[in-house]
Design a protein around this ligand. Structure first.
Ligand code: SIN
Length: 275
């Protein structure tokens, strides 16, 4: 198994391993690489839906997504699909999956099933690097703060997606979500400090209104996506990417209008987050 960094701070490409049949030592090395680098990319994988699900269970539980369409036969698999005639994509803004849950998902395993001829890459940003790069006075300002996260403004019947042509495909418009997490968490395995707010789902700091929170939130959001923290996943047929939702944000680029794209995602259960 060979690992090649994708960018100085974020991402690793791992070759010489077949995910569907990897042994326990390889699995352990894959997990460690993802915890540290945030996202790992694997090329030329044969990964049936059953193998996708079996591989996900080697991490622990599966969190079924409340909103995306699910595969009829395999409800563990969420479909991230944009049809050729749709304008809006799923996940086309910086976010981390499921931060609005009390126990946010640990990670996601995304398999490319149908790709546009060009475009449709996914950007990732490393929240350990983002935290490390904050000026000391900003680190002091956010020490001990907690923030409220929700997805209601995104997925509800009067939410952002409902006002687009993606609204018709999504479920869960009556769901209500909300969770409080520390603004700086420690990675449960590596212990590294990570910035844990994101521009899609983090609404305000606890004890402050949205208006009071916005100036500091905006500074953190800008710092989080510094180019030095980022890497870019270029999808090819047979590509699988696995990321750690505590360590990264991601953003699915919507630059392939007129073409379809379909990815299959399993979201991996996590654990309560702590400062
Ligand atoms: C997502 O999980 O947000 C979608 C990522 C992608 O489609 O590249």
């Amino acid at each position: 198994m060979r690992t090649t960094p994708m960018a100085p701070q974020c991402g690793v490409e791992i070759s010489g391993v077949r995910l569907a049949t990897c042994n326990d030592a390889e699995m352990q090395a894959i997990k460690q690489a993802i915890y540290e680098r945030g996202v790992a990319v694997f090329r030329d994988q044969e990964f049936t839906p059953e193998q996708h699900i079996d591989f996900a269970h080697r991490w622990g539980g599966i969190d079924i997504n409340n909103y995306f369409p699910l595969q009829d036969e395999y409800p563990e698999i969420a479909i991230v699909r944009k049809a050729a005639d749709q304008q809006t994509n799923i996940g086309g803004a910086w976010h981390t999956d499921h931060s609005y849950d009390q126990i946010p998902a640990m990670g996601s395993i995304l398999v490319a099933r149908l790709l546009p001829p060009e475009g449709g890459d996914t950007l990732f940003a490393h929240m350990g690097a983002a935290y490390d790069n904050l000026p000391d006075e900003l680190k002091a300002e956010i020490e001990g703060l907690e923030a409220f996260h929700t997805a209601d403004h995104v997925y509800k019947a009067d939410g952002l997606y409902a006002q687009t042509d993606m609204g018709r495909d999504l479920r869960g418009q009556d769901m209500k979500t909300g969770a409080v997490h520390p603004v700086v968490i420690r990675h449960p395995v590596t212990g590294r400090k990570l910035l844990y707010v994101n521009s899609a789902f983090t609404i305000h700091f606890v004890g402050q209104t949205r208006e009071e929170s916005l100036p500091l939130l905006r500074r953190l959001f800008d710092a989080a996506v510094g180019e030095d923290n980022q890497c870019r996943v270029e999808w090819r047929p047979g590509t699988v990417a696995i990321w750690d939702n505590r360590t990264t944000w991601h953003n699915a680029l919507n630059d392939y209008q007129g073409h379809a794209r379909e990815m299959h995602r399993i979201t991996l259960s996590g654990e309560a987050l702590a400062a």
